[in-house]
Write a protein that binds this ligand. Structure first.
Ligand code: PLP
Length: 367
């Protein structure tokens, strides 16, 4: 049996008529930039996140950058985040002119460890960027309390956490969150796309103006501010709008597959930890094992593709060599980099495929 790591073709075939109709609609309207498709998606995605404002932008990286700028992060500032993430989290901080300061993650759940934040705060610290990695939200109550105590702003990197919940609430729990719609995400476009979602009208207005060449809503020829071109295009908005209708069902299916993986694999590998009172949406399903390379090869030989998220943590990337972190600085993060292996995880997996993956993993450990 061949099981790809992500199967975007299967997803497309399941919703083909809706997607084709939406694309045809945009082609017939020939309105590709801004316009009603983008507005409709922004309205409905904001409602999905239970927030009043959303701006559709070019990517999750754009969303992080624009949100940081709207929060006033800039040169001379330090921003506390995690190294166990996709590089874009740190890159956006650098692009805003600030310096990332990495804290380690908790051994359980592998999310930002709130117990380590206060010792990383310096007089230059301006913000905290928790990352809701793999589909589970961080311990936001403690993170927000620390931010409050020290007068720091918070931006949630929710690129992997559409529909995730913390005590029944969705991101953003703070003022603002950045989402990615990279094709393989739980809600994925057919190209690059992202969104800033916020509870704060001032942040919304700032991001809106910045993402459209310094034009506030309704302006055409006048540019009161200097902005740039960070817009989500209408084709992506139309595709995402169709997919948004399916996201709850897809999330339930991911959770069902995760429950099956857990039930069958927890005796042989460390399965993802689900914190109580959080809805994990399983963007990824990374298991932890000291035999990662051999297991990955065994699965590959059986037709199963897997992934590694992330083999080189941000603090050890060559591009961040200038920050001076050495191996050993963030032990839990480094253990994740050495031992995590992501199994196939998407709504369109069949029960037979999930069981085939489990059989092959169990077979490996019985040898
Ligand atoms: C945690 C995290 N942050 C940021 C990003 C950046 O999003 P994008 O690829 O849409 O720019 C991604 C995804 O790629 C991500 O997984």
């Amino acid at each position: 049996m061949k099981i790809p790591f992500v199967d975007l073709k299967a997803q497309y075939l399941n919703i083909q008529s809706e997607i084709d109709e939406a694309i045809r609609g945009v082609l017939n309207e020939t309105a590709f930039i801004m316009g009603s498709r983008k507005e409709a998606f922004e309205r409905d995605f904001a409602a999905f996140c239970r927030a009043p404002f959303c701006v559709g932008v070019g990517s999750g990286t754009d969303a992080l950058y624009l949100a940081l700028k709207a929060l006033g992060v800039g040169p001379g500032d330090e921003v506390i985040t995690v190294s166990h993430t996709f590089i874009a989290t740190a890159e956006a901080i650098s692009a805003a002119g600030a310096t990332p300061r990495f804290v380690d993650v908790e051994p359980d759940g592998q999310l930002m460890n709130p117990a380590l934040i206060e010792e990383a705060i310096t007089p230059r610290t301006k913000a905290i960027v928790p990352v809701h990695l793999f589909g589970q939200m961080c311990e936001m109550t403690r993170i927000l309390a620390i931010a409050d105590r020290h007068g720091l702003v918070v931006l949630e990197d929710a690129a992997q956490a559409h529909a995730a919940e913390f005590h029944g609430k969705r991101s953003p729990l703070c003022q603002v969150a950045a989402f990615s719609f990279y094709p393989g995400k739980n809600l994925g476009a057919y190209g690059d796309a992202g969104a800033v979602v916020t509870h704060d009208n001032e942040i919304y207005k700032h991001v809106f103006c910045q993402h459209d060449h310094g034009r506030p809503k309704g302006f055409k020829h006048e540019h009161p501010a200097l902005g740039f071109g960070y817009r989500m295009d209408a084709l992506q908005a139309a595709i995402l709008h169709v997919k948004l209708r399916h996201l709850e069902r897809w999330t339930d299916l991911r959770r069902k597959h995760a429950a099956r993986y857990r039930e069958r694999l927890q005796e042989v590998v460390t399965v993802p930890h689900e914190h109580p009172n959080r809805r994990h949406v399983y963007h990824l399903y990374p298991i932890r094992t000291q035999k990662r390379t051999a297991l990955q090869q065994h699965l590959q030989a059986a037709g199963i593709s897997t992934g590694i998220h992330y083999p080189i943590p941000a603090h050890l990337q060559p591009c961040y060599g200038f920050l001076g972190y050495q191996r050993g600085a963030l032990p839990v993060t480094e253990q994740c980099a050495d031992q995590l292996l992501s199994l196939p995880m998407y709504a369109d997996l069949t029960d037979a495929q999930v069981d085939y993956v489990c059989d092959r993993v169990l077979e490996f450990f019985q040898k």
